[in-house]
Write a protein that binds this ligand. Structure first.
Ligand code: GLN
Length: 547
């Protein structure tokens, strides 16, 4: 592993305080110093990938170019660090065990007893080193999911220890900890962080940096306390207060000299830092005053009594990116599509939105409500963007209400429909019949060709595109001609012309009615909004200006 450096990021006290954003932001500031950086995520669960998990439980499944179904943090790395990651950059406990067991069955351990320690951590190290070699990175960020003290991430902490003994100057670790300020007490409490550090010390690991997450900036006294009780110099305790938008995090880190301190510890030269693009972005966001309201009609929101929008994280981000580029703030409202099934009169409420988005989804629950919402947007000329299932449902809506095929449906929901306008492809049918669900959808990047004179073509400004997919069903070839004759335009198609990738209504009929079979949200970045989202938010802006 000569010349390659590794930075581990682990969590203390509790989850959900921004380990992913911290990892991404550190990656971004090191990149801004001219280093080649990549990132890996380790998820401690036994699932082999995130593809089979319920979105309300796990949050979004982020799909990579190579089709790997991963965690939403991978999306943050790609967006902040402007990199394209692949399956080598993602591992779960399930994936690690799967390959160790596979090797053992192939006699690759030469008859030795294969043990949890050291063979599992050694496999993890092997994967980390291989990923950083593949990406030719000088510095590799490795985020360990979960929180220290949980049984399930102990083997990954062991990985840090083993790597560090061998190459102390090449490996460092960062703990992202939470420092609460209970209302009744009125001051920041460092004790939970002290406990978290002690716990990880028990695993033989001493964090080099502590990123102290809190509501407000941390004062000197608290820094001294953490320094004293957690064995780190004061300057290595970095305050990370809540911010208005996540891109301020990396600017705050730099104010505390984080990248310089890291580079010194890793014995790398401190090159000059270029954060101009990020500074301009944060400035622009602060100055923006106009706003648009986008309604997202979906169903994966509920977790107990809380509304959780995690299932649509990249969609939310992509809307924001488009807002930055179009110069508007974007406010998002969550609308459970089942509402329109129970109370169709509520459809009128959609008129208040500047744009309506119907994201991806699976199964029958809530789809009639989504179809009604799409019809309302089409008939009332409300800017509409459909994604994946959102596109399939828009085709169904058109078939039902314009072509007059009242029974039109997807065979995902109704196998007996007399008008299967959305149908399953033969190879996918076999997967389902064989009960072969994991990682078998049409996944990852596929090329598409755009038709001249369409909205899609003018937004992308190029004739060929590559976008990420995650679906089994397609627009049925049998209905293409009929649908086209009735006025819906297929503006993007697979290069062989067989699979429909984008639909739209001509601009003369509707200000913006566009939907894609792929997921554009996975390729949007803060510094470069995705063309379809940009078109959508720009149309929403126009609508809001007319009001
Ligand atoms: N359920 C649909 C399919 O499998 C759409 C999937 C999605 O929206 N990601 O084709």
């Amino acid at each position: 592993m000569e010349n390659r450096k590794y930075i581990f990021v682990m969590g203390g006290v509790m989850s959900g305080v921004g380990k992913g954003i911290t990892t991404s932001s550190i990656g971004a500031i090191l990149k801004a110093r001219g280093y080649k950086v990549t990132a890996l995520k380790i998820d401690p669960y036994v699932n082999v990938d995130a593809g089979t998990m319920n979105p309300t439980e796990h949050g979004e499944v982020f799909v990579l170019d190579d089709g790997d179904e991963t965690d939403q943090d991978m999306g943050n790395y790609e967006r902040f660090m402007d990199v394209q990651l692949s399956r080598e950059n993602y591992m779960t406990t399930g994936r690690v065990y799967e390959s160790v067991i596979h090797r053992e069955r192939n006699l690759e351990y030469g008859g030795r007893c294969v043990q949890v320690v050291p063979h599992i951590p050694l496999e993890v190290i092997d994967r980390i080193v291989k990923a950083s070699e593949k990406d030719k990175s000088e510095i590799t960020m490795i985020e360990i999911g979960g929180t220290v003290g949980e049984y399930e991430n102990i083997l990954f902490l062991e990985t840090i220890r083993l790597m560090k003994i061998k190459n102390p100057d090449d490996v460092l670790s960062v703990m992202v900890s939470y420092v609460p300020m209970p209302n009744k007490i009125g001051e920041m409490k460092t004790k939970p962080t002290q406990h978290a550090v002690r716990t990880v010390n028990g695993a033989g690991v001493q964090p080099d940096f502590i990123i102290a997450r809190s509501e407000v900036p941390m004062d000197q006294k608290r820094k001294e306390k953490i320094s004293m009780f957690c064995n780190v110099g004061e300057e290595y305790v970095i305050s990370a207060p809540d911010v208005d938008n996540v891109y301020e995090v990396l600017l705050n880190f730099e104010r505390d000299n984080l990248s310089e301190l890291i580079l010194k510890k890793l014995r790398l030269e401190t090159r000059t830092s270029d954060l101009l693009q990020w500074k301009n972005l944060v400035e622009k966001i602060k100055m923006t005053e106009d706003s648009v309201t986008i309604g997202i009609v979906g169903k994966y929101f509920g977790t107990g009594d809380f509304v959780l929008s995690d299932a649509y994280l990249s969609v939310i981000e992509a809307i924001k990116h488009a807002g930055y580029q179009a110069g508007v703030k974007t406010k998002i409202d969550w609308i459970n599509s089942e509402l329109f099934e129970k109370e169709p009169e509520k459809l009128d409420s959609l008129s208040q939105y500047d744009g309506v988005l119907v994201p991806g989804g699976f199964g029958g629950r809530g789809i009639e409500g989504k179809i009604k919402a799409i019809q309302f947007c089409r008939e009332n000329k409300i800017p509409f963007l459909g994604i994946c299932y959102g596109m399939q449902l828009a085709v169904i809506e058109y078939a039902r209400n314009v072509l007059g095929l009242a029974d039109a449906n997807t065979t995902e929901v109704n196998r007996e429909t007399s008008s299967p306008v959305i149908d399953i492809m033969p190879e996918q049918k076999k997967n389902l019949e064989d009960g072969n669900y994991g990682a078998t959808m049409r996944l990852g990047a596929y090329p598409a060709k755009l038709e001249e004179g369409t909205i899609a073509k003018s937004l992308y400004g190029q004739a060929e595109i590559s976008e990420r997919h995650r679906h089994r069903w397609e627009v049925s070839p049998q209905y293409l001609e009929k649908i086209e004759t009735a006025g819906l335009v297929f503006s993007g198609k697979s290069p062989d012309g067989k699979l429909m990738e984008i639909i739209e209504l001509p601009i003369t009929q509707h200000p913006f009615f566009v939907a894609s079979q792929f997921h554009p949200e996975f390729k949007s970045t803060p510094l470069k909004a995705h063309p379809l989202f940009f078109g959508f938010v720009s149309a929403a802006k126009k609508r809001s200006e007319k009001k």
